[in-house]
Design a protein around this ligand. Structure first.
Ligand SMILES: Cc1cc2nc3c(=O)[nH]c(=O)nc-3n(C[C@H](O)[C@H](O)[C@H](O)COP(=O)(O)OP(=O)(O)OC[C@H]3O[C@@H](n4cnc5c(N)ncnc54)[C@H](O)[C@@H]3O)c2cc1C
Length: 405
């Protein structure tokens, strides 16, 4: 019997790893497991709805199941439905590619006020993740704290008009929320100077195409570093855009001190600038986009602390980690491919000629690739005019469609 590998998580890191393993050893049994009934992790539930070109990477990942013989096992939460130890008992190698799903907090006073939400909460709700909360009311003035690509995604979506969202997979609820939000001003705040901001210059330049915004950049400063200069050039290219009335303002070097409120609701965000002066920005909503940490139902911290060789992705004999679960919340979809190729070589070397564990036994209630394709077909067929897909957000409905009931 060939060796068996379970990959926990079907986001880009899990998929790229499965591709690399099966390319080298087509005889392997490779099972891609996800807690959700649908695959592809943040490509489906994180990448912005108006970046459908980026989401097209799933066509490449589909070939894993259609041509390379990988199996999809959806609706199985490792750590909750099956313990990690039990899973390891069924496979010759287990890889944790479970990403990071919990938002980092600012840890400043006022974070629990109504009107403060995390980027993860909003993005999951915009992408109709089955575990998402309701989208929060926004008001006229929004402060976005954070200077990564996730913050820029949020700002771009909030600033777009209805026509600019054509061709996306945004659902009726999220579309109505974005269009009726009535946002007039968005302040994008970075703790670091602009030279150290985390966003990709291309993402910033894209804001120039927004049809209804005025853009101002305050305090971007200068740098000697060629790479950082690209970020400053991108900001300079959009500074002074005057395409409409919605005001976007980039501000840098502001350390968050507190979120202020009245009657339990946000009224302002308070910062200290580089020269020690306090700056208060009145606002109705604060969205924090400062990264992600930890993961559902797998004790990542313990596993990483005890790792045999974390740089190589080896947690213990026969147990590995990759993607955001190993590295933390850094890197784009293609960055996970590089990781995957290195780890695949290590796993194949460790497996050698050994093998023989049979994989998980078939169990009721799981979703296989045919079940996912039924969900996919129902979503594509249900697309309304101006949309490319109508996502099914309810887990039970997904399961019924997957099981063809
Ligand atoms: C909002 C947002 C937008 C982004 N946009 C872009 C973009 O436009 N372009 C780009 O290149 N990169 C983008 N990225 C980065 C990119 O999404 C990541 O690099 C990539 O998704 C990380 O892959 P991963 O497989 O490690 O994790 P994930 O994509 O998070 O996949 C993890 C998978 O594991 C599953 N899982 C979790 N816990 C369990 C468990 N206990 N049992 C079973 N399954 C489990 C999850 O359901 C999920 O499917 C974005 C990231 C975010 C957060």
């Amino acid at each position: 019997m060939p060796a068996s590998v379970a990959i926990v998580g079907t986001g880009p890191s899990g998929c790229y790893l499965a591709q690399a393993l099966l390319k080298a050893r087509p005889d392997l049994r490779v099972d891609l497991i996800d807690r959700l009934p649908v695959p592809y992790g943040l490509v489906r539930y994180g990448v912005a709805a108006d970046h459908q070109g980026t989401k097209a990477v799933t066509r490449q990942f589909e070939r894993l199941f259609e041509r390379q013989g990988a199996r999809f096992i959806g609706n199985l939460d490792i750590g909750a439905d099956v313990t990690l130890d039990d899973l390891r008992g069924c496979y010759d190698a287990v890889v944790l590619a479970a990403g990071l799903s919990v938002d980092r907090c600012l840890q400043i006073p006022g974070e629990d006020l109504a009107g403060v939400a995390t980027a993860g909460e909003v993005i999951r709700a915009l992408n109709e993740h089955p575990d998402s909360k309701a989208l929060p009311p926004l008001g006229r003035r929004v402060v976005v704290m954070g200077n990564g690509n996730v913050a820029i995604d949020l700002v771009r979506l909030l600033a777009k008009s209805g026509e600019e969202l054509a061709g996306t997979d945004l659902g009726e609820g999220p579309s109505a929320w974005l269009q009726s939000a009535g946002v007039e001003a968005i302040d994008i705040i970075g703790r670091s100077p602009a030279a150290q901001a985390k966003f990709d210059p291309v993402m910033v330049k894209e804001l120039h195409r927004l049809a209804h915004v005025r853009i101002a950049v305050e305090g971007a400063g200068s740098t000697e570093d060629a790479e950082a200069q690209k970020r400053l050039d991108a900001l300079a290219a959009i500074d002074g855009t005057t395409h409409g009335d919605r005001q976007l303002t980039f501000r840098f070097g502001l350390t968050p001190l507190a979120i202020e409120g009245q009657d339990g609701r946000v009224t302002a965000a308070r910062f200290r600038d580089a020269s020690g002066v306090e700056v208060t920005i009145p606002c109705d909503t604060v969205l924090t986009a400062i990264g992600f940490q930890s993961c559902t139902n797998l004790s990542r911290d313990d596993l990483l602390v005890d790792a045999l060789d974390l740089d190589a992705g080896v947690l213990a004999a026969g147990l590995y980690a990759t993607g955001w679960f190993r590295r933390g919340p850094r890197g784009t979809i293609p960055d996970n491919r590089t990781d995957a190729q290195v780890l695949a070589a290590r796993i194949l070397n460790d497996l050698g000629e050994t093998g023989g564990k049979p994989g998980l036994p078939a169990t009721e209630g799981l979703v296989d690739h045919a079940g996912w394709k039924r969900i996919d077909a129902a979503e594509l067929a249900g697309a309304r005019p101006g949309r490319c897909r109508r996502k099914i957000a309810d887990r039970q409905t997904m399961l019924e469609i997957a099981q063809d009931r």
